[in-house]
Structures are given as structure tokens and as C-alpha cells.
Write a protein that binds this ligand. Structure first.
Ligand code: ADP
Ligand code: MG
Length: 712
């Protein structure tokens, strides 16, 4: 057990500032070196929150010590505690009260929290989390997340806190060589509540170390395998596929898998495996994997759970990847043992296992898919999903929103191959430019974080996290533990790993579409966004949406505005940012006028993003018959303005529908035309705003990484 004094001496061993103090027995003389004013704290084995039982007195003089002790004894007695001694400390001068804490979470290691004490933590829960070990920059990123940061910086005449001292304190606690890393496993929670941060120091005036039952000692982010990395190439371009579980009598999932393969134009060899049928789905079958004359790259296994291990045992040395779609394994209590056996079997047999309890793998270039009529245009976006059902939606919604997939792998229980290993392989795969993850497990996310941390190269990563609701994640005795819910840990992992975190399937598709369409090698030099299009109110709402995503809509320079005025356009334009033009202006030179406007903006403002928005319904109705293909010409002008400009600007396009079937159809063709020219298209401003954030965020990550690599 740790007393407060023991905790504090441990803190000071690690260079963390604590008040001068001493434990004394009631009535014992106080050593001369302690300077007034003093703080007197009760020592009692049963007392947790000392102040609640009158166990803390601040601003005490030596002369008052005897009286204070007597009052404390009575007050503690009222609450059923026995005063065993006193901790007498020097009183630290006033400052901001900050709570710093840490909780050991299964599969995550130490999660670290910082928040502003008092009402901001209690009521607003204004706290930020991070995962140890934390670099100083990561600690600063955490602090930047606090809404109360302005208060620390001296807002409204308050003390300007010594942020560097606070960062140093957290670093001594949670940095690579910090206290947390050296604590015995049975210490599960720490609260330094408060740390008093003045304009010159940060002092931990209270320290509570919770010693737990030791049940949270699960390893953190452990890599499951060692040895040479697996080459996933054959998974995404299989030449020979075995299918286990198809029926000669009643067509099932495995039969449909074969039919999908054939219908999708898979031109390799398909070998059904069945103990009793010679022909399945018109293809010659083998009785067991052991009869394979040549190895297969991929085996699709849809057998009852109890029969899977035995069937795969026969595939020793003959199967590279086996995807077990069957359920009834580790996801249910009765299946845990079956899953252990399955893992042992595939290890023995030299097979890499995907699943169990999943749907399959989609690989466009390999014409392999688990969904009927899958979109098979090869692309640069690779997705790993912990949910099977959602992986189907990701494929369908994603394709509809303009994403061409390299692959979508549904990994289910990921008993062997997991998301982190696939991410690692994608980082080395030149065909993959963008990575999307749907994860439900924080510990898997932590492993991905470790992979990204270690990696020499960087690619954009978008994370859709399942299970982000507030409910407390574990029974906790500390403040920190009580606040360490999943809804806080996901953002912490995403921030630290540099992943863009999104809330919905739509946002996931939006971010992936933008990242896979735009050229992220372009590094914007300017800031903020410029908006251009028709519909004044729409563009005001658009600017608001951008603001919510942290992207500013800055006013245009006078020189740009006078340049726009000199174009001598029809009346009714607004040349401040957002740039609003009526349909009449868009009609000039059948839309080609957009090129003149955008070129002036790019040259004069060099914004980080330029979003054009067109109300296709209105343009079509007002100009369609008289002015030709205005929308199409504007799209081509956007691309041309980009190509002829030296500005490092990402251009995005919003095509708004009026809901009519005709307009929808037109938008589909226009969207394709834009995408083919490298311009991502979104149905609403909100989507373009999210996409802008994702592109700027991920662009920064990739450029930082390449700088880091160069500097090494
Ligand atoms: P509790 O067990 O109630 O959390 P603390 O040790 O945190 O007790 O003390 C309660 C409050 O007293 C702190 O929040 C802080 O405001 C103040 N305090 C405690 N120790 C000191 C100190 N050494 N110097 C200045 N203020 C202190
Ligand atoms: Mg306290």
C-alpha cells in the first residue's frame, strides 16, 4: 500500500515537484525546517478523500497545530475514521489546480489524463487522454484539446500558468523513462489531484496510488508473431482458391461464394473441397485439402465451427491464407476453446488465418469478393473491418461515393492476422495509398498505433470506431479511472496515431474518397478555405460547416477582389469569401468563366482548400436549354485552373441535387467526370468540410513523416 507520503517520495524520485513535508504522530514536535504557512492532512487507513471528512486544513501556523489536530480527530471520528497521524506540509502558493492521473487499462497499458481541476473537471469533464509513453509534443497536443486551456494561459486576468513545468511534470510521470514505466503491475491507478501550477512551478500537492487486484496485467500491444513478415500479395491476387463448405444439395454461403467468383470474372482455378461430392457448382471437387496437387493461395472456409480445425489440418503446406467465415468461435464463451485449437492448428500447418467469424476478403485486382456484383474497379484504398456486415456497407456505400477499392478485408475475431499486421503490410504496398479501419477493440487500435509509430513511411489513415458511447469502461476508484471511458480513449488513440477519426459510415466514405482522389503530395502553403459557387445562404452554411471542422474561411485580399471586379461580370456577385455568383454569371462562356475566377483566386490567395459548389438542379433548369453544358464546363475549368496554377491548393466540389431523378442522374455523370480529373465530389457542404479537415490533417501527417525520415 502507498500512503500519501510514500507516493510523494516516489514522485520526487522521478523529479516531480512535491511540497516539503513530514509525517508526525499527533502531539509530536514539528521539525524546525518547515516554513509557515502549513497544510495539515489527516492520516487514516480508511480515509480516501481527506477533505470530505475534515481531514485537510490549509494556512495553519505552528502555534495552531495542536488545536487543528484535536479538531481533525473529532471531525474524522464523526465520519467513522481514526486519526493515526498527521502529514504536515508547506503550503504551496496559489495557482491553477490541475488534475493529472493515470489508469492501467487491459490491452492498452497506462492511459494518462489531464484536466482542469474544480468545476471544469467535475461538471464539464474537460479532460484529455493520452497513452503512455508520451512525448512532450504529445503532451502538448493533449493540453491543446482542453477547452479550459485559455484559463491556463491567463484568460480574464488570471495567473498565466507555467505550461512548460506542467509538461515536464507529466513527462516525468508518463514519458518513456517516466514513473509509470517503472511501477509494479499491481499499481492500477494514480491521481495527482491537484497539481498546483503557478507562473513558476507545477507541484503535485496530493498523490494517490491505487493498488489493485492485479487482474489488469494483460500485455499491451504485444505483437503476436515474430519472424519474417507475411507477404499478403497472394491474398489480394489469388490464382488458386479452395472452397470448403459448399453443398451438393442445398446451395449455401460457400456455393454463393463460388458463383460470385465466376460471375465476377475470376480467371484462376477454383477447387471445391467436399468429402462426398465429385462435382460442385460444375467444378471438379477434391475430398480433402490434402489431395491438392498444388498449393492454393486462399481457402474460403464455411464449415460448421467444430469441423474447421480438422479440415485445415489437411491443408498443411498447401494453403497460404485461410479465411474462416464460420462463427461459433471466440466471440461466444463455448467457442473459445475451438478458437484456441484453430489457431494452434493453422500455426502448425503454416497457414495464415483470417477470421474466424467474418464475411470474407474483397480484392478488386484479384477479382475476389464476398459480395455479389461487387465493384471491382481496382483502386488505392484498402479497408480492414472488424465487422463483417459493415464491410459490405463500406464496399457498397464507398463505391457509390466514388471510392475504388484496393481491398476490403473483414477480419472478424482476428485470431491470427489482425488489423495492425494488415496496416503494416499496406504501408509497404505501393498499390495502397489510403487506409480505412473499422475497429471495435481499443487494444487492436493500440496495436495499430504501435505499428504507425514504428513505421518509416506514412499513409493517410481514417478510423471509424465502434463502441464510442460514454458508459464507463470499468469499475474505477480514482477520478481518472471514472473518466477513462471509451469515448475518450478512441480520440486519444486517433490523435496519437495521427488517424482521422470519424463518426459514421458516411463520414468514413467521405474522408476516404477525398484522400484517395486528391494528390496528398501537394503541401498547402496557404491557410484556410475559399468557397465559390451559386447560392448565398448555402455558402454561409458552408463556411459554418468548415469552421466546425477547424478550417477558416478567410477574407480575400483587395487585389484579388479588384481582379474579380475587373472581369466585368453580370450583376449580383459577391466577391468576398465566400464568392457568390448567380446563375447568370456562371452562364458566361457556358461556364468557362469559372476558370478565370478560380485562377485569380489561386494566384492571389493560395488557399489550402478551394471548394466549388454548384446547385445542379438550378443551373440545369435556368441554363440547360440555352447555354449548353455549363456544369460540365465548370468542372473542366476547375481542373484546368488547378493544372495551370502553381498554388498548392486542394480543390473539392459540391454538387447539390434538387432531389429530382433527372438531376440525380446528371450528378452521377458529372461526379464521375470530376473524379476522373482528380476532383473529389460531395453531395453536401458538410461532407466537403469534413473532407477538407481529413485532407489537411492527413496531409500534415504524411509531410511530417517524410521530413522525419529525411532528417534521420
Ligand atoms: P483530498 O484527499 O481531499 O483530495 P488534498 O490533499 O487534495 O486532499 O487537499 C485538498 C485541497 O487542499 C487541495 O485540493 C488543495 O487545494 C489544497 N492543498 C492540499 N495540499 C496543499 C499544499 N501543500 N499547498 C497548497 N494547497 C494544498
Ligand atoms: Mg486531492
Amino acid at each position: 500500500m502507498f500512503t500519501e507520503a510514500e507516493g510523494k517520495s516516489l514522485l520526487s524520485e522521478f523529479g516531480i515537484d512535491t511540497p516539503q513535508g513530514i509525517e508526525i504522530a499527533v502531539g509530536q514536535e514539528l521539525p524546525a525546517h518547515l516554513r509557515e504557512p502549513l497544510v495539515v492532512k489527516a492520516i487514516s487507513a480508511t480515509l480516501v478523500h481527506k477533505s470530505d471528512a475534515g481531514g485537510v486544513r490549509v494556512g495553519v501556523t505552528r502555534a495552531e497545530l495542536v488545536d487543528v489536530a484535536a479538531q481533525m480527530r473529532d471531525s474524522l471520528a464523526d465520519f467513522g475514521h481514526v486519526l493515526e497521524g498527521l502529514l504536515v506540509e508547506e503550503m504551496v502558493p496559489a495557482g491553477h489546480e490541475i488534475i493529472v492521473g493515470a489508469v492501467r487499462a487491459p490491452g492498452l497499458g497506462w492511459t494518462v489524463m489531464v484536466g482542469l481541476g474544480g468545476i471544469l473537471v467535475e461538471v464539464f469533464e474537460d479532460v484529455a487522454f493520452g497513452l503512455a509513453p508520451l512525448s512532450e509534443n504529445q503532451i502538448r497536443d493533449m493540453l491543446a484539446e482542453l477547452r479550459g486551456m485559455k484559463v491556463l494561459n491567463g484568460a480574464r486576468g488570471g495567473v498565466k500558468a507555467d505550461i512548460d513545468a506542467l509538461v515536464a511534470l507529466i513527462s516525468r510521470l508518463a514519458g518513456p523513462d517516466g514513473l509509470l514505466a517503472s511501477l509494479p503491475e499491481d499499481v492500477t491507478e494514480i491521481d495527482l489531484n491537484p497539481v498546483i501550477v503557478s507562473d513558476t512551478r507545477a507541484v503535485a500537492v496530493d498523490a494517490r496510488f491505487v493498488v489493485g487486484t492485479g487482474d489488469s496485467t494483460e500485455a499491451t500491444g504485444t505483437e503476436r508473431r515474430d519472424g519474417t513478415p507475411t507477404d499478403f500479395g497472394p491474398l489480394f491476387r489469388p490464382r488458386r482458391i479452395a472452397v470448403l463448405g459448399a453443398s451438393g444439395k442445398r446451395p449455401n454461403l460457400a456455393n454463393r461464394f463460388i458463383r460470385n467468383l465466376v460471375a465476377g470474372g475470376f480467371d484462376g482455378t477454383i477447387v471445391p473441397i467436399h468429402p462426398g461430392e465429385a462435382i460442385l457448382e460444375g467444378l471438379p471437387a477434391l475430398a480433402s485439402l490434402s489431395e491438392l496437387a498444388e498449393p492454393v493461395d486462399y481457402a474460403f472456409v464455411a464449415l460448421p465451427a467444430a469441423r474447421v480445425s480438422e479440415a485445415l489440418r489437411h491443408g498443411a503446406g498447401k494453403v497460404r491464407f485461410a479465411q474462416v467465415v464460420s462463427s461459433g468461435f471466440g466471440e461466444v464463451e463455448e467457442g473459445k476453446e475451438l478458437e484456441d485449437t484453430l489457431v494452434a492448428t493453422v500455426r502448425e500447418a503454416g497457414i495464415r488465418l483470417i477470421g474466424p467469424n467474418c464475411l470474407g476478403t474483397h480484392a478488386s485486382a484479384g477479382r475476389l469478393s464476398f459480395v455479389p456484383e461487387a465493384p471491382l474497379t481496382p483502386g488505392n484504398t484498402a479497408v480492414v473491418s472488424q465487422s463483417g456486415g459493415l464491410s459490405v456497407d463500406i464496399l457498397r456505400v464507398g463505391a457509390f461515393r466514388g471510392i475504388d477499392f484496393h481491398s476490403v478485408v473483414s477480419i472478424g475475431n482476428s485470431a491470427d492476422v489482425n488489423a495492425a499486421e494488415l496496416v503494416e503490410s499496406f504501408l509497404h504496398n505501393d498499390e495502397v495509398h489510403v487506409i480505412g479501419l473499422y475497429l471495435e477493440s481499443l487494444s487492436v487500435a493500440r496495436e495499430v498505433l504501435n505499428v504507425l509509430d514504428r513505421a518509416e513511411t506514412r499513409k493517410p489513415v481514417v478510423l471509424l470506431a465502434g463502441g464510442r458511447t460514454a458508459g464507463g469502461s470499468r469499475a474505477a476508484t480514482s477520478h481518472t479511472g471514472a473518466l477513462a471511458g471509451n469515448h475518450r480513449l478512441w480520440p486519444a488513440i486517433a490523435r496519437q496515431a495521427g488517424m482521422t477519426l470519424v463518426d459514421s459510415l458516411d463520414d468514413f466514405a467521405t474522408a476516404l474518397h477525398a484522400l484517395s482522389t486528391l494528390d496528398l503530395r501537394i503541401e498547402p502553403t496557404g491557410r484556410g478555405a475559399v468557397l465559390f459557387g451559386n447560392g448565398g445562404g448555402a455558402s454561409v452554411l458552408g463556411a459554418d460547416a468548415l469552421d466546425r471542422e477547424g478550417v477558416a474561411t478567410l477574407p480575400l485580399d483587395d487585389s484579388v477582389i479588384s481582379g474579380l471586379e475587373a472581369l466585368d461580370l453580370p450583376p449580383g456577385n459577391g466577391f468576398h469569401n465566400p464568392i457568390d455568383v448567380p446563375a447568370g454569371t456562371l452562364a458566361v462562356r457556358s461556364g468557362a468563366v469559372a476558370g478565370d475566377i478560380l485562377k485569380l483566386v489561386l494566384a492571389g490567395s493560395e488557399p489550402a482548400v478551394l471548394i466549388s459548389h454548384l446547385n445542379v438542379g438550378i443551373i440545369q433548369r435556368n441554363l440547360g436549354a440555352t447555354h449548353g453544358d455549363v456544369t460540365g464546363n465548370i468542372i473542366d475549368s476547375i481542373a484546368r485552373a488547378r493544372d495551370e496554377s502553381t498554388s498548392n491548393t486542394h480543390q473539392l466540389l459540391v454538387l447539390k441535387t434538387d432531389g429530382s431523378a433527372g438531376t440525380e442522374e446528371l450528378i452521377r455523370t458529372y461526379a464521375q467526370r470530376a473524379r476522373q480529373q482528380g476532383i473529389p465530389v460531395f453531395p453536401a457542404f458538410e461532407d466537403a468540410a469534413l473532407a477538407s479537415r481529413a485532407v489537411l490533417e492527413q496531409g500534415r501527417q504524411t509531410h511530417q513523416a517524410s521530413l522525419g525520415a529525411d532528417g534521420r
